[in-house]
Design a protein around this ligand. Structure first.
Ligand code: FAD
Ligand code: AMP
Length: 474
């Protein structure tokens, strides 16, 4: 029987980070992962590296360059011949980046002395994990601590089963080997918008069907409306308040049925991406009677410190409550490893940034205006349009808006919302500011380099007190 201080089940961004951090604290750590790619190869990194954050960003970058080469180069006075698409090379690049990063986790495990193990992990009880590699020869691992980090998996709609070819999940949708002429995307959330953008830029006619009446219902609605306007200009079609209830494949096409206020409608497309969210993945993770509890939606129940309630058993990442984001899971991994090492650690769940990597990007942190209104909080608003930002203009990306919300009472920043170029990078200054409970005045009095996109945040903070320099204050 092998003995460890910590056994982590799952090597996604939550699990592998927890494993490395625990090893840095001098713990003897094993990290088990059962990920298998379509070609049967195994890799650490979970959804994020293999089928999520990293491959989607690789394709978003490539497709945006393609789009800009076709439509923007003329404006810059750059003459190129016919711009063509070599999807094979684009996909090879995507796969190469994924391979480099998943291989990087193996290297980091080695460097930190983490025992990386491919196979299935199952918690038998406190201090006991069953490890089953592909050959089926199970082994019991004894350990002081168990960290459950089994992640999530795409939700399948009841009457729209995946067929791996015409009706697919987000992973398959990253690996299309040709551009579908017409594409339906069910779900207008982050994943639907990112994948819809990729295939739209590469030439597909994309229709996004979203059940809710509001676009990006969780985002600040001023920002969501601005984003929607820009996505529509790019050619994405939206059907809001449209709940898809059935999908059938016949003659190589998918016939979708959806319901909106006006009744039942049909849409015929070549392919469909189902992007209606993800569910926690805990299949086969827990033996009977471990004492670890799942809530009604299948998430492992944990407290603010990611303790399951069973002694020395922790759970982190997508398989527990909170936003399904890689950075949220990684920070939980660090917190748990620090707590295991006897350190004081906590996580500020109020300042988790969200980013949608479309063009323009959408990013936010903290409360939306709608949430503040609902909670009866008195607040001040400052906005600044990227149209008046020199760097954005130079980049030919001078669209969008930055918005800072600050408390009327003491000027503390309560939320920042951005739709604009590199919003995902810009939000980080605001996350840090909020982590330190900064006021709008703190950002106002911070020197921002000129000309940078970050000046839009500076101006939005100034606008909170009607003191913007490069805009008319209303
Ligand atoms: P996962 O990454 O799902 O990893 C869990 C791992 O555990 C998997 O490898 C699984 O095989 C393994 N496992 C499960 N059960 C067992 C078991 N019993 N034994 C052994 N191994 C097991 N998030 C962002 O923050 N930014 C983004 O830009 C972003 N883009 C995304 C794009 C797409 C298309 C998708 C699908 C997701 C995206 N996400 C993004 C979400 C992000 O991928 C997840 O939040 C993140 O991967 C969760 O990390 P995790 O470690 O909790 O789980
Ligand atoms: P997210 O949870 O951010 O990945 O977004 C998923 C989106 O899919 C949400 O906005 C849901 O409202 C939407 N959705 C869920 N089920 C359906 C459905 N049957 N038809 C259309 N949209 C849906």
């Amino acid at each position: 029987m092998s003995k460890y201080d910590v056994v982590v089940i799952g090597a996604g961004p939550a699990g592998y980070v927890a494993a490395i951090r625990a090893a840095q604290h001098g713990k003897k750590v094993a990290c088990i992962d059962s990920w298998k790619n379509y070609d049967g190869s195994k890799a650490f990194g979970g959804t994020c590296l293999n089928a999520g954050c990293i491959p989607s960003k690789a394709l978003l970058e490539s497709s945006e360059l393609y789009e800009r080469a076709r439509h923007e180069f003329d404006t810059h006075g750059i003459k190129v011949g016919d711009v063509g698409l070599d999807l094979g090379t684009m996909q090879k690049r995507r796969a190469g980046i994924v391979k480099q990063f998943t291989g990087g986790i193996t290297a980091l495990f080695k460097a930190n002395g983490v025992q990386g193990m491919f196979g299935k992990g199952r918690m038998l009880g406190p201090g006991k994990v069953e490890y089953t590699p592909d050959d089926g020869n199970s082994e019991i691992l004894e350990t002081e601590h168990i960290v459950l980090a089994s992640g999530s998996t795409p939700i399948e709609l009841p009457n729209i089963p995946f067929d791996e070819k015409h009706i697919v999940d987000s992973w398959r949708a990253l690996e299309f080997d040709s551009v579908p002429p017409t594409l339906g995307v069910i779900g207008g959330g982050v994943i639907g918008l990112e994948l819809g953008s990729v295939w739209s830029r590469l030439g597909a006619e994309v229709t996004v069907l979203e059940a809710l009446d509001d676009f990006l219902a969780l985002a600040d609605q001023q920002i969501a409306k601005d984003a929607m306007r820009q996505f529509k200009k790019q050619g994405l079609k939206f059907k809001l308040g449209a709940r898809v209830n059935a999908g059938k494949v016949s003659d190589g096409k998918v016939k979708l049925s959806y319901q909106d206020k006006k009744g039942e409608h049909q849409l015929e497309v070549d392919k469909v991406i189902v992007a209606v969210g993800r569910r926690p993945y805990t299949d086969g993770l827990l033996a009977d009677g471990t004492g670890v509890k799942l809530d009604q939606r299948g998430f492992i129940e944990v407290d603010d410190e990611c303790r399951t309630g069973v002694s020395n058993v922790w759970a982190i990442g997508d398989c527990v409550r909170g936003p399904m984001l890689a950075h949220k899971g990684s920070e939980e991994g660090i917190m748990v490893a620090d707590l295991i090492a006897g350190e004081v650690a906590e996580l500020n769940y109020n300042v988790i940034p969200s980013v949608i990597y479309t063009a323009p990007e959408v990013a936010w942190v903290g409360k939306t205006e709608e949430e503040l209104k609902k909670a009866g909080v008195r607040y001040k608003v400052g906005t600044f349009n990227f149209g008046a930002n020199g760097r954005a203009k130079a980049m030919e990306q001078a669209t969008g808006v930055a918005k800072v919300l600050a408390a009327q009472a003491d000027d503390e920043i309560l939320g920042v919302h951005i739709v604009g170029p590199l919003a995902g990078e810009l939000i980080q200054e605001c996350v840090l500011a909020m982590e330190f409970s900064a006021s709008a005045e703190d950002i106002q009095r911070t020197i921002h380099a000129h000309p940078t996109l970050s000046e839009a945040i500076h101006e939005a903070a100034l606008a909170v007190d009607k003191m913007a320099i490069h805009a008319i204050n209303k």
